[in-house]
Design a protein around this ligand. Structure first.
Ligand code: NAD
Length: 302
């Protein structure tokens, strides 16, 4: 396996933009592609990289392709459907796709087989830490794949991550990620519900957060989201409601696919899907709390 020099980056969004910038800063050649060519062009101009609109050219030029797209569906589209499947058809033999999107782990294993049939490799390497840690290159990265491919992509991942976890075979990264986000989604929903109940009884929500944050109920949601985004009315995490609803569904579906009864997963999936359907997937995910509160206190909305 040749060492990676040129990296194609597909998906210059909230996360992809700063992640691709860190790969460039790490000394790799970076070529950006996005469905919205304006984003790729702006990235290239800001960071002295290249932007490309032809997927065939991207495939020919790169030793590895990073995908940072909404779901596994868009990853498949970019590889096999868009521009007549030009990307997969033109990638160098042995080149590696690094899927850093939060995708469905079962679909990832299927994708790995489809790529292997074309002499291409796949590593799944989803991330946690949000836009802030994407910017400072300190993301937690959960890596699944065969040992040789993982070793080959580690230098690229090290540009973006503070902690690189090799969690198992292909798909294990995506399984780990959906389980993490299931926990994040559950604890945010629970913290928001505690605020609603406490406020109705007469507690000050700021006090609720202060107490919980030095007590056993604390979580990332209570420490980093409740005051900063919900109570302040900022709703500016940069993580869309539709994406978190998607992650919780992946986790609940995974349990079903492997025959595990996971009632908390089902309930959490339904809560987030309900908020997404009511508010729209583009809203910041912390706004879901407003929807749940409105549902819980119907008279407050009148
Ligand atoms: P985003 O919507 O900001 O960015 C997605 C980008 O992909 C956009 O620029 C869009 O134009 C582009 N795109 C969509 N379909 C495409 C296609 N077929 N081909 C090429 N480009 C296409 O999303 P994001 O917040 O950057 O999230 C990306 C992934 O990272 C998701 O899977 C998400 O769940 C995960 N994630 C997000 C966060 C966060 O805090 N935002 C944190 C961890 C993981």
């Amino acid at each position: 396996m040749t060492s990676i020099k040129t990296v194609g980056f597909i998906g210059i969004g909230n996360m992809g933009e700063p992640m691709a910038a860190n790969i460039k800063r790490g000394g790799f050649e970076v070529i950006a592609f996005d469905l919205d060519p304006v984003r790729a062009k702006a990235f290239a101009e800001a960071h002295g990289a290249r932007a490309i609109t032809e997927l065939a050219e991207l495939g020919k030029a790169c030793d590895a392709i990073v995908t940072m797209l909404p779901t596994g569906k868009e990853v498949r589209e970019a590889l096999f459907t868009m521009q007549g499947g030009a990307l997969a058809a033109n990638m160098k033999p042995g080149a590696i796709v690094i899927d850093m999107s939060s995708a469905d782990p079962v679909g990832t294993r299927t994708l790995g087989k489809d790529l292997a049939a074309r002499n291409l490799k796949l590593v799944d390497a989803p991330v946690s830490g949000g836009v802030t840690r994407a910017r400072d290159g300190s993301l937690a990265i959960m890596i699944g794949g065969d040992a040789a491919s993982v070793a080959a992509v580690r230098p690229v991942l090290a540009c973006m991550g503070g902690k690189l976890f090799e969690v198992g075979t292909l798909g294990c990264g995506h399984a780990m990620k959906c389980l993490n986000n299931f926990l994040a989604a559950t604890s945010f929903a629970a913290a928001a519900e505690a605020v609603t109940v406490g406020r109705k009884f007469g507690l000050d929500p700021e006090v609720i957060a202060d107490v919980v944050n030095v007590s056993t109920g604390r979580s990332f949601a209570s420490e980093m989201l409740i005051k900063q985004h919900l109570l302040s009315g900022t709703f500016g995490t940069g993580f869309a409601l539709g994406l978190l609803a998607k992650d919780v569904k992946i986790a609940a579906d995974l349990a079903e696919q492997i025959g595990i009864d996971a009632p908390v997963g089902r309930l959490t999936r339904d809560l987030w899907a309900d908020a997404r359907d009511a508010l729209g997937g583009d809203q910041d995910h912390t706004r879901a709390a407003l929807h749940w509160e409105k549902r819980a206190l119907p008279s407050a909305a009148e």
